[in-house]
Design a protein around this ligand. Structure first.
Ligand code: ZN
Ligand code: FE
Length: 269
């Protein structure tokens, strides 16, 4: 059935970040009727169950971005308790609907497109809802793109990760970026060193610090904010190329080399 954009903006009423472990968020979508929920990357079942019970919600769907335990550890318990549909990449126990590039997932009438974004892990995928004319576009990107940072390269190469980030960079600037970790302040501390003359970055530091000071999440971010302030999305800029050159002590050949140098620098920061 075709839905108009006008209708779709009422299909998801809220998206909540449920804090888990030290710095994870389990993003929780609630349907407009207020009766069903969908969680993204439930690394721990306990905070999800508590939230569902408090709101008398049924868990109808789970979206998984990649195989790491802090994103999948709660799966077994949640499946046993609620029997939800479980979407995600192949080779993760509990996932019954396997996804790959270009697949579409509908949750509460809202359509998500799947991107393969290898780099942090090889199986990593992201979920994107194109908001049309009325909705805000929504991205769930797991550990690929962070606020002012990107995921560590556990399995993929710098070229793979850069290619994956490029898929996200071309999304509408107003896209709400829901990543899984509250790493923003630490990422900004590094960004300020790697990209020291960026005025937008300087003002962002104050804004995000202000949110943390009153205990609020810094997320979601937007693609527009990330394009302006995230050093990993600015590897094509002369500023980041100069920083990479300085760090390596030799000329850099291309954007992939800049990305690799910045990523390695951040790993040791
Ligand atoms: Zn991960
Ligand atoms: Fe993670």
């Amino acid at each position: 059935m075709l839905r108009t954009d006008q209708e779709s903006q009422f299909m998801i009423s809220q998206i909540h970040p449920l804090p888990a472990f030290r710095d994870n968020y389990i993003w929780t979508l609630i349907d407009s009727a207020g009766s069903s929920a969908c969680v993204v990357d439930p690394g721990d079942a306990a905070p999800v169950m508590k939230f569902l019970a408090a709101g008398s919600l049924h868990l109808s769907d789970i979206l998984i971005t990649h195989h790491h335990m802090d994103h999948t550890g709660g799966l077994r318990e949640l499946i046993d308790m609620y029997r939800p549909r479980v979407f995600g990449p192949a080779d993760i126990p509990g996932i019954d609907i396997l996804l790959s590039e270009g697949d579409r997932v509908e949750v509460f009438g809202v359509d998500f497109c799947v991107f393969e974004v290898p780099g942090h892990t090889l199986d990593h995928i992201a979920y994107f809802h194109d908001g049309g004319h009325h909705d805000t576009p929504i991205l769930f990107c797991g550990d690929t793109l962070f606020a002012a940072g990107c995921g560590r390269l556990f399995e993929g190469t710098p070229a793979q990760m850069l290619e994956s980030l490029r898929k996200l960079m071309v999304l509408p600037p107003e896209t709400a970026v829901h990543c899984t970790h509250e790493y923003t302040l630490a990422n900004l501390a590094f960004a300020a060193v790697a990209d020291p003359a960026n005025p937008e970055l300087q003002s962002r530091i104050g804004i995000e610090q202000g949110k943390r000071d009153i205990g609020r999440p810094t997320l979601p971010s937007t693609i527009g904010i990330e394009l302006a302030t995230n050093p990993f999305l600015r590897c094509g800029s002369p500023e980041l190329a100069a920083s990479a050159r300085k760090r390596l002590g030799r000329p850099v050949m291309d954007e992939t080399e800049v990305f690799a140098a910045i990523r390695q620098w951040k790993d040791q920061f």
